[in-house]
Design a protein around this ligand. Sequence first.
Ligand SMILES: Cc1cc2nc3c(=O)[nH]c(=O)nc-3n(C[C@H](O)[C@H](O)[C@H](O)COP(=O)(O)O)c2cc1C
Ligand code: SF4
Ligand code: SF4
Ligand code: SF4
Length: 407
Amino acid sequence: MLSWTDQSLKVIPYKLIEGMIVAAYAIGANFGYIYCRAEYPLAISRLTHCIHECEKYGLLGDNILNSKFNFRLKIKKGAGAFVCGEETALIASIEGKRGMPKPRPPFPAVSGLWGKPTVINNVETLSNITSIISKGAEWFASVGTEKSKGTKVFALSGKIVNTGLVEIPMGITLEEVVFNIGGGIPFNKKFKAVQIGGPSGGCLPMSVIKTQVDYESLKDVGAMMGSGGFVVMDEDTCMVDIARFFLNFIQSESCGKCVPCREGTKRMLEIIERVPVAYKEGIDKYDQLQRFKGIIGLKRLADVIRDTSLCGLGQSAPNPVLSGLQYFKDEYEEHLFDRRCRSGVCKELLTFTIDTTLCSGCGLCKRKCGTEAIIGQKGEAHYVLQDKCIKCGMCLETCRFCAINVN
Ligand SMILES: Cc1cc2nc3c(=O)[nH]c(=O)nc-3n(C[C@H](O)[C@H](O)[C@H](O)COP(=O)(O)O)c2cc1C
Ligand code: SF4
Ligand code: SF4
Ligand code: SF4
């Protein structure tokens, strides 16, 4: 019945629109918003097209199918702040205010958008409504586990053969998702971890790969379902670097309203950033031990941030670090005590040297090195001056004789 103007449209958001119409009818709402980041123009154009089609056929608007029920849908483009996914911040953003969470109660169902009772759900939840109504609750509940029913969509990404969106029944194991559906790790590399639950999710190692994908089991092992992020990491990933990356993202996305999240995530990042600092004269065993104590102190700081932050962003912010300390503590210790990053990611810990038996003395690396860290006469073996080397890797890329060693 509905016509397509754009044949390239492959993803059909009618399930979402229909689910929203049914939900609105159930609660007596006449207006609905789809909140979508402005950075997703394809999603916005598809949604806009489908909303117009529904209006054309009288499925949205006034007196829908002569039912005397009126319902309109609008797309609200968000500016991309992570915190605007939190429901009270999302409401503030639609109202044209700064996207900052508010304490609950009152919950949106009592006082939400423009002070009116409001239902906020994930698009995935709303898209399930019509299937449940047409096929029945028992059909829906027949898939999944005792407490987590139905299916879940994940965005498989990272070091995995099959990337993209997949819908899985709740209760299958992480192993099945990674190795069966995802096709395993490319280039015969070893699996190291999967980060599940978005930027503030936990990183889970091989030892818990048999964990079921459901709300309770994921929480038990230090991760969460979130909105379906599923990032796979292989042996070349440094877990200290990953914790630093996600913590950096989270602390920059903190809205700043409450102290534990605003200040605490910054302090956590500082501690993590100190782990792989370059070895300098004067950093002795005592300093290393102090840093190690700092890492252990992270746990206390993380607990305070989790327990005292106002919204889910702060409450889940310590997850990447906590799961890192729980499952990959040996890597933190290696960075601190052995000055070694086994994945070769933390450049500060790398040492570039020249194998004099292989060096032809061509001088190419010397010319390319931006810090004059390489010395040597034409036709003779060259050397790296460690105090001048900034670990940029240019010599490694340049040398045609495989004479540069990286440890
Ligand atoms: C920092 C933060 C970001 C969030 N981002 C999203 C998001 O991108 N999409 C989403 O559906 N829910 C997001 N949520 C969760 C929503 O606030 C809300 O709980 C959820 O959409 C409820 O829907 P559901 O019960 O259908 O899952 C986020 C929550 C927090 C605290
Ligand atoms: S926890 Fe963080 S993001 Fe949430 S309200 Fe507090 S400062 Fe803002
Ligand atoms: S580029 Fe390689 S072979 Fe040439 S001087 Fe440098 S290390 Fe030696
Ligand atoms: S890593 Fe960079 S700075 Fe160090 S010696 Fe090689 S080219 Fe020079």
